[in-house]
Ligand binder design. Structure first.
Ligand code: ZN
Length: 385
């Protein structure tokens, strides 16, 4: 099967983040089996989803993991010209379909190269690592990476995460986390605002604290020019409808906030400073309303940043494989930081442009798939005897 045949098949599985991915996993597993490659599954708790990993080549240290996610984002509310789950050649050098770019294009390049990988006399192994639920918070990669560490006696050295980067090597990625904060105040007539505790007023204080925290970090020189914008961002995107009437003090308010950190900042530190401020507000407000609480939970798991130093061997390898010398950094969350935390030197490099991801009429340029295929060929040569 050609890379386009495989991509056509992969796009036809409308597996969204959060949904069961058994259909697409089964197809990939059958393909691996057909080529004589044994695989290992890493299922979720109830068995409705599973990651896949496998090794091609000898069981020796120093191999390369090629990693991609099998899920895609929804198409609901988007205006598509073609059926999003039918890969369509636009006749303009582009192949349209949900996931064509993010990131089934990369998985198709991996699978299309499999017969050559199997035939090659590899001296170092290549591993595939395909995850689920990436699009709802990179949920599966930590277990997948841990299972690779457990399952194989040998130790893979490198992980290449094929997120769309126009086949440019990416060595930096912001970390991200989303929190949900709920404030429980006391209800009452609006004239009693000095006696009751308004959940809206207290939420407003907290949200302003968050904005100030971001500004303080910038002013303190926490800048990393590789990223756009070059600093940690903190933002509240949802303030849930709160209150029942203009003249009734609101006793409950909920807001969501996301933190996207440059590698030198830690979201956990921002969170604990925020919590300290919450405790202060609680002490203060309990004088008026003893049951006053502020509760914050993670709404999107903490995805670590990636910051691969230039002297790492993966950096010279990825330059060779991609034919590109320039190193990039990206502001989107990906699984690369999680693979790095699991002990693999990690980079991002994959076909397609992130600007096309998650949109209506997502596409991958055929030229990008050609580059992805050349990348796989170079990798095979590089790892062959
Ligand atoms: Zn992706």
């Amino acid at each position: 099967m050609t890379v386009i045949d495989i991509l056509t098949k992969l796009v036809s599985f409308p597996v969204l983040g959060g949904e069961s991915n058994i259909s697409i996993a089964k197809w990939i597993e059958a393909y691996l089996t057909e080529h004589g490659v044994a695989y290992k599954n890493v299922p979720n708790e109830d068995g409705t989803k599973r990651s896949i990993h496998c090794r091609i080549g000898p069981a020796v240290d120093g191999g390369v993991i090629l990693s991609g996610h099998m899920d895609v984002v929804p198409v609901k509310g988007q205006t598509w010209v073609t059926d999003p789950f039918v890969l369509t050649d636009g006749g303009d050098g582009k192949l349209y379909g949900r996931g064509s770019c993010d990131m089934k294009g990369f998985i198709a390049c991996c699978l299309a190269a499999l017969p050559d990988m199997v035939r090659a006399q590899l001296s170092k192994p290549i591993y595939f690592a395909f995850s689920y639920d990436e699009e709802i918070g990179c949920l599966a990669a930590p277990d997948l990476a841990a299972d690779i560490n457990d399952y194989y006696d040998e130790k893979p050295a490198y992980a290449i995460i094929g997120e769309p980067s126009m086949m440019q090597p990416v060595v930096g990625q912001k970390g991200m986390v989303i929190y949900k904060t709920t404030v429980n105040g006391s209800a009452g007539h609006s004239s009693r605002i000095r006696q009751e505790v308004s959940a809206i007023f207290e939420s407003a204080r907290l949200i302003l604290w968050l904005e100030n925290k971001m500004n303080q970090l910038i002013e303190a020189g926490h800048i990393d020019d590789r990223f756009t914008p070059p600093h940690t961002t903190i933002h509240s995107g949802i303030f849930e409808r709160s209150g029942i009437a203009p003249n009734v003090i609101s006793d409950r308010a909920t807001f969501y906030w996301d933190v996207r950190v440059i590698p030198k900042d830690k979201s956990t530190e921002i969170r604990s400073e925020f919590e300290a401020y919450c405790r202060e507000l609680e002490l203060e407000n309990r004088k008026r309303f003893p049951a006053f609480t502020i509760v914050t939970v993670e709404d999107h798991s903490d995805v670590p940043a990636l910051d691969t130093p230039e002297h790492y061997a993966i950096v010279s390898l990825i330059k060779k494989l991609s034919g590109e010398d320039k190193l990039d950094a990206v502001s989107y969350a990906a699984e690369a930081g999680q693979f790095a935390e699991a002990g693999f030197q990690a980079v991002i490099c994959g076909p397609g442009d992130i600007a096309q991801a998650h949109r209506a009429n997502e596409f991958v340029a055929k030229e990008q798939l050609v580059k992805g295929t050349e990348f796989m060929n170079t990798l095979i040569k590089e790892l062959s005897v």
